[in-house]
Each structure stands twice: as structure tokens, then as C-alpha cells.
Design a protein around this ligand. Structure first.
Ligand code: ZN
Ligand code: ZN
Ligand code: FE
Length: 757
């Protein structure tokens, strides 16, 4: 409280305030209000000591909140009376490394317009690829340690030249205390390695890299969070070659366009999508291709969506300006499920034989980040992969989660640490079954522990005992708590929406261990953040061949049809069956009958697989979720219809009637587009029918949608709209992924609430 006699105050500001030009802002504000004292970074907050006229102090405090840099986030501003020390000026003083309670770390930010002007002007930043200021540039990717000072970053080995130091020390400069400040005289530089040798001259690097891409070659280029592979998206042969480098990776590839105008030539861009594309987070945005667009079928793997993004580093801008084409494929440099490459030497060893050039630079990446991926559904930005631009921004939850480490899942792993009421979710890590990715997981946990001075007192892990994220802690003396996978999905959705009272949860995904030992994935629960009841689930279907059934959707089609029709389907005129040798179908029925390597599953993902294969869209999957993605893709071209297939809603939800109808529709020659729409509508109808029944039975009026199946834009969009129309408070994901990338957040809040109760 400010009282009449207050002449000196200590102000503590908490939030995302380090690495965003907050101290320079305070410095300028204090001078503008004629106040003296000091400001510094402490580990957990920015501290201000302010002296002067009471009225001025009052308006100074108001202005902190009103005029803070746009990229900062103030969570808390605390003031206490202090002693008047007769300061004669205001200054920024040495940071203090004082507390275990640490502050937010800023994510990496896309280069700003002012810095772009510098790059295109003459002077020491002309064509300088590491230009940045307090409003832009790398943050998380260069941080070693808190507080965020140059000595604690990968910039520590670069000594600022006289001009850079002047900017750094001059309060009116936009590089005042910009920690990674540098220029072509004093900062990091690119080195290009080709079979002909190495070069460090930026202009010849740009010329040569341009020639390589235009002539159909591939360049490995070090970005903010890791290396990328770049090639010409308009050249099918180059795209095919790039896929070979990535070990025949068939996933859709992201394309970076020079400008939004050039994206619009190929894809449909709404205002909200444009906002996401242009944001400082600069994610890959999944956009719908224009119906007449055919040029990108190689990069999109034949889907009708394309992952687009805009240049976010000075080098991207320079390169795209130099290229005579409007875009380049820019995809993470890794081989299948390995983590993205970050090391200069290893990049040269692995990629110089496969690419025409490797472009590295002499500043280390401290924290690896992939490009983040978002999709706009129902006018809201949904994060599907949360990494560069987001990580490690925390999520405020309404439970004390202090001291809890949630270890995540196995395939799309992220872990999560609890600090007070903040959930700090790691960047996307990936598939732990890959050795290098598991190493990345372990080292990231250690790095976060160190950065945030975090010592876990409770470990929350998945119920599955064989997940590496569970097994890694087997011998740890720290108390542990196992959390059921599908409960964690719903809790994650509740947590990001700030909800802790009971909800009806639709937890639809590919796989997760259930309490009964079966593989779950189509679960309709009522739950709070402590416990859950499982009310409905999809009927268990055999997964003939186990993991093989996941990679070969035709197996699920046969399993579903066998369950729905017995052996009758064998004699039906179903085109997909003609692509499978009759003996293979017999073998499959045999292993289902004899229950050989045929676990049972209530997975929703496998139902989408089955329908996709029945329609002949994807019999063998060449990348994760390919079958459901192809099923959704054909639907996009249909007119809006409301029809759906019959189902039976009991404790077990049987889709046998639906599968029989789908087979009849296929035989009757109904187009796949309509069958896909009707199948999607069936899942929506099940959601509506189940939620109506559970609302009547329990009085709960909130419904949460979570699990990887809800990355399906049509399904999520329609289910959310319908539930809201039915008067439900509908909870969906936007800040964390609905897939296993968001799971750790749910594990964290459940563990915290169980601990309390
Ligand atoms: Zn800038
Ligand atoms: Zn310099
Ligand atoms: Fe899951």
C-alpha cells in the first residue's frame, strides 16, 4: 500500500519478464517519472527499488502494468515500503542469483521488423544473420542458467564490439540490455561446408545455397532450435531426394513461404490463421490447400492440408529473398524418430554426404526445439506440437503443484514440472523408444531441474509399467504415483481451462493402458482431478498382430468386419479386400480366433484406421496417423451432411451396425467422401448421446474433449459446436496438444490433487 509518507518502495514483479526488455523498460519509465533507485533481475522476479514523489511513484506503478513490453507477461506485482536511501539516479544493477523460486524463461521469438530493416541497410548488420534486439531473437534456445544474463547464455564467449556495447548500455537504444546483441564484427557467423571446401562469407554462402536449392539440391541449415533440411518444393525430384535423406520419411513436409501473399496463392488463409502465421511464435500452421492447387502433392503426401510458416530468423529472410522461388521445404534435419540435429560436427558427419551443403554457425544450441505446429479449429488456435515459440512458457493451474515431476507418455513425450501453481511443460521431445530421443529426454529433465532449481518430491507417471518414461524412474527413491492415461488426458484439458470440478470426459486416442489390463482409447468418463468413473467405452476389438495392426490398417478393417458380420464379409464385393491375398485374410482370422498376439482394444484411433482401410484410402500406414488423416482429408470435399451410421450405446458402444452399413454403402457405390462424413458424424452423435445421458444421470454440465483423435478438425469442430449448442460448458485444448504431448500436464494436476486429498 502506498501511504502519504511513502517515499521509497520495493517492487517485486513476477511473470515472463526476463529476456523481454523489461529492465530497460523500467529504467526508461523511472526516468520519465523523475524517480531514482535501481532495478535488477533476481532468479524469481525483477526487483525495483524506487524513490521519489509519492504521486509519481503511483503513476509509475500504473504504467508498469499498462505499458509493459508486449511480449512480457506480468503475473504478479507486489509492493512493500522500503527505506529512503537518497539515490541520485536510476540504474540497472548486477543480477542476483538468490532464490530457488525461479521466474519464467522467454521462448524464442521471430525476428522483428526493425531488425529486418537493419539487415537490409548498410552497416555492420548488413546481411548479418544473428541480428536481434529486446523485442526479438533467441531466448530459451541459448539459455544455460538463470538469471537471463549474457554470461549464462551461449553468447558468453562472444565479446561485444565497442558499437554493440554502446547500444547495450544506452537506455534509448532498442538493444539496451539485449543479451544476445551482436553484429558482423563481434558475433557468431555461419560456415558453409560443401565438397569444395568451407566458406564464411555470408554473401557467397547465400549465393551458393540459392544455387543448390534452385538446381534441385538439398542444404542442411542450422536454425534456432536445430538443423533443417531445405529444398525446392516445386521440384518433385528434390522433394523425393530429401525424403531419402530422412530415411524414406513419408510424412507431410512443412513449407516456408517468403510472404503471406505467396501462401495465399496456394492455401486458404483466414484472419486468425494469418495472425498465427505472423505471430512472434511463428509456428507451422496447418492450412487447407486451394482446391485448384496441385503443385504441392509431393510435400503434402497427397493430403489436402499443407503446413506453412513464415521466415523467423534473419537468415530465412535473406535466403528467401535471394531465391527466385516463393518458398522452400524446411523440415527438421533428423532421421525418422531421432531428435532434430543440433551439433555442427555431427551435422557435417551425417549430412555432408547426403546434402550438397551443410550450413552451421559457431554458437551452440543449448536447448533443442522443433518448429511448433498449430491448427485453427472453430476460430481458435490449437497447438498440436508445442516447442519453439512456446517452450518453456508455463501454464498457470489452480492447484499447488510444487515439487511434482510428471514424466509423460512414450510416443509424443513431453514432461512437466510443478513450480508453485505453474506447470512448466518441456518442449516436444518425441518417441522415447528411439535411443537418441530417450537421451534427449533424460538430459532435458536434468537441464530443467538445474534451470528451475527443481528437486522433485513426487513423480507422476503413466500406468503403463513398460513406458520408458515410467521405467526410467523405477529405481528412484522419490515417491511415485501411477496415473491412468485417459484420465490424464481429460485432466490436461481441465487444467489448461482452469477447471477442477467434475466433467464428462471424452478421452479418444490410439492407445493407453487401462485399469483392466486392456488397451484403452475410446473412453467416456466422468471425473475430477482425483478420480474417474468409466461409464462407456467402444467395444473391444481384436488387434491382430499387435503393433502390426497399428501399422497395417487393413488388419483393423478385417477385424472390425469380422466382428460385425462374422465370415460373411469375405464374400462381399469390397474393393480393398481384392488388394489383400485371401490367404493373408484367412491367417488373420485364424490368429483372431486363436487369440495369438491379438490384444483387445477400445481404441478410437483404430476405428478410424478400419474405416480408412475399408475405403481403400490407406491399407498400410507409412507415417503416424496416416489412415485417419486420409479419412479426414476425403471428407473435406463433401457438402455438409447430417447423416450418420447406426450404433448401440451401452456400457460398451458397439459400432457393429455401423460397420455393416459402411460395407453396404461401399458395395452400393456410395463415394468415400460421403461415407467418411457419415462415419465422422457417427462419432459426434455418440459424443452427444453419451453426454446427454450422463448429464441426466449425474447433473454434470461440463464436457471435455481430449486425446489425439481430437486433432481431427472436422470431429473436434463439430463435437465442440454440438455440445455447446446442447448447453454444455465445452472444454477443448488450445494451449497444449490434445495428443500425448499434453499428457504430462494432466498427470501433474492429478498427482497434486491426490496428494492433497
Ligand atoms: Zn528485433
Ligand atoms: Zn558488434
Ligand atoms: Fe494418449
Amino acid at each position: 500500500m502506498i501511504t502519504a509518507e511513502t517515499e521509497a518502495l520495493d517492487i517485486m514483479v513476477r511473470g515472463r519478464i526476463q529476456g523481454v526488455g523489461f529492465r530497460p523498460f523500467i529504467y526508461r519509465l523511472a526516468s520519465a517519472h523523475n524517480l531514482y533507485g535501481w532495478v535488477n533481475n533476481q532468479t524469481s522476479h525483477v526487483r525495483i527499488h524506487i524513490e521519489g514523489d509519492e504521486k509519481n511513484i503511483h503513476s509509475f506503478i500504473n504504467d508498469i502494468k499498462a505499458k509493459a513490453p508486449s511480449i512480457s507477461v506480468i503475473d504478479e506485482l507486489e509492493t512493500v515500503a522500503s527505506t529512503f536511501e537518497e539515490f541520485k539516479e536510476f540504474s540497472i544493477i548486477q543480477s542476483i542469483n538468490s532464490s530457488d523460486d525461479v521466474t519464467e524463461i522467454s521462448p524464442d521469438l521471430a525476428v522483428c521488423d526493425d531488425c529486418l530493416k537493419d539487415i537490409n541497410s548498410i552497416g555492420r548488420r548488413n546481411h548479418y544473420s544473428f541480428t536481434n534486439c529486446t523485442n526479438c531473437g533467441p531466448r530459451f534456445s541459448i539459455i544455460n542458467e538463470l538469471p537471463y544474463d549474457r554470461s549464462n547464455t551461449a553468447m558468453s564467449e562472444f565479446q561485444m564490439c565497442r558499437e554493440c556495447l554502446e547500444e547495450y548500455e544506452s537506455l534509448l537504444n532498442r538493444r539496451f540490455h539485449a543479451q544476445p546483441n551482436s553484429c558482423s564484427y563481434c558475433g557468431p557467423i555461419f560456415t558453409m561446408t560443401t565438397p569444395r571446401g568451407t566458406s564464411t562469407d555470408i554473401n557467397s554462402i547465400l549465393t551458393e545455397c540459392t544455387e543448390i536449392i534452385l538446381s534441385g539440391g538439398i542444404a542442411a541449415i542450422k536454425g534456432i532450435g536445430g538443423f533443417h533440411l531445405a529444398c525446392n518444393p516445386f521440384n518433385s525430384q528434390a522433394v523425393a531426394e530429401l525424403r531419402t535423406v530422412k530415411n524414406r520419411d513419408n510424412r507431410p513436409l512443412a513449407v516456408m513461404f517468403a510472404t503471406i501473399k505467396e501462401i495465399r496463392e496456394h492455401a486458404i488463409v483466414s484472419d486468425i490463421e494469418e495472425e498465427s502465421l505472423k505471430s512472434v511464435r511463428a509456428p507451422i500452421v496447418l492450412l487447407k490447400l486451394r482446391p485448384d492447387s496441385t503443385v504441392f502433392s509431393d510435400v503434402t503426401s497427397g493430403l489436402n492440408t499443407i503446413g506453412c510458416f513464415l521466415p523467423y530468423t534473419p537468415f530465412h529472410h535473406l535466403l528467401l529473398k535471394n531465391l527466385s522461388i516463393s518458398a522452400m521445404v524446411l523440415t527438421s534435419a533428423n532421421i525418422s524418430s531421432e531428435p532434430i540435429e543440433i551439433d555442427n560436427i555431427s551435422a557435417i558427419q551425417r549430412f555432408s554426404g547426403l546434402c550438397q551443403a551443410v550450413l552451421g554457425y559457431n554458437r551452440d544450441i543449448q536447448n533443442r526445439t522443433d518448429d511448433s505446429v498449430v491448427r485453427i479449429i472453430n476460430g481458435k488456435e490449437r497447438v498440436f506440437r508445442r516447442s519453439r515459440g512456446w517452450a518453456p512458457e508455463s501454464i498457470t493451474v489452480n492447484t499447488d503443484v510444487e515439487g511434482i515431476l510428471a514424466t509423460g507418455s512414450e510416443l509424443k513425450t513431453c514432461f512437466c514440472m510443478g513450480k508453485g501453481n505453474k506447470a512448466v511443460l518441456s518442449q516436444h521431445i518425441g518417441d522415447l523408444k528411439n535411443f537418441e530421443t530417450f537421451e534427449f529426454y533424460k538430459s532435458s529433465i536434468n537441464r530443467f531441474k538445474n534451470l528451475y532449481r527443481f528437486n522433485p518430491s513426487l513423480i507422476a507417471h503413466d500406468l503403463h509399467p513398460d513406458y520408458l518414461s515410467t521405467r526410467y524412474f523405477d529405481n528412484s527413491p522419490i515417491p511415485k504415483i501411477a496415473i491412468q492415461h485417459h484420465h490424464a488426458h481429460i485432466a490436461s484439458c481441465m487444467a489448461e481451462n482452469g477447471v477442477s470440478d467434475s466433467v464428462i470426459g471424452f478421452s479418444f486416442d490410439g492407445t493407453g493402458l487401462g485399469d483392466d489390463g486392456y488397451i484403452w482409447g475410446g473412453e467416456i468418463l466422468t471425473c475430477n482431478l482425483v478420480e474417474y468413473d468409466r461409464h462407456f467405452h467402444f467395444s473391444y476389438l481384436p488387434l491382430p498382430g499387435g503393433d502390426k495392426a497399428v501399422n497395417e490398417p487393413w488388419r483393423m478393417a478385417v477385424s472390425a468386419l469380422y466382428s460385425a458380420t462374422g465370415r460373411d464379409f469375405i464374400d462381399m464385393d469390397l474393393p480393398f479386400l481384392k488388394q489383400i491375398p485371401a490367404s493373408d485374410v484367412e491367417t488373420l482370422l485364424n490368429i483372431i480366433d486363436r487369440k495369438i498376439n491379438t490384444p483387445l482394444s477400445s481404441s478410437t484411433g483404430r476405428l478410424f484406421d478400419a474405416v480408412s482401410a475399408m475405403l481403400g484410402l490407406c491399407l498400410y500406414s507409412s507415417f503416424d496417423s496416416e489412415a485417419p488423416m486420409r479419412l479426414e482429408a476425403v471428407l473435406e470435399v463433401t457438402p455438409v451432411i447430417g447423416e450418420y451410421y447406426p450404433f448401440q450405446l451401452g456400457e460398451e458402444i458397439s459400432l457393429n451396425p455401423a460397420f455393416r452399413s459402411i460395407a453396404e454403402d461401399i458395395i452400393a457405390g456410395i463415394p468415400a467422401t460421403l461415407i467418411s462424413a457419415k462415419f465422422h458424424n457417427t462419432i459426434v452423435e455418440i459424443i452427444c448421446a453419451a453426454s446427454a445421458r450422463l448429464r441426466t444421470a449425474t447433473g454434470i454440465n461440463s464436457a471435455a474433449l481430449s486425446g489425439g483423435v481430437f486433432m481431427n478438425g472436422y470431429l473436434l469442430g463439430k463435437a465442440e459446436t454440438r455440445l455447446t449448442d446442447m448447453g454444455f460448458r465445452t472444454l477443448t485444448h488450445s494451449k497444449v496438444p490434445p495428443n500425448d504431448g499434453g499428457l504430462a500436464l494432466g498427470q501433474l494436476v492429478i498427482a497434486a490433487n491426490r496428494k492433497r486429498s
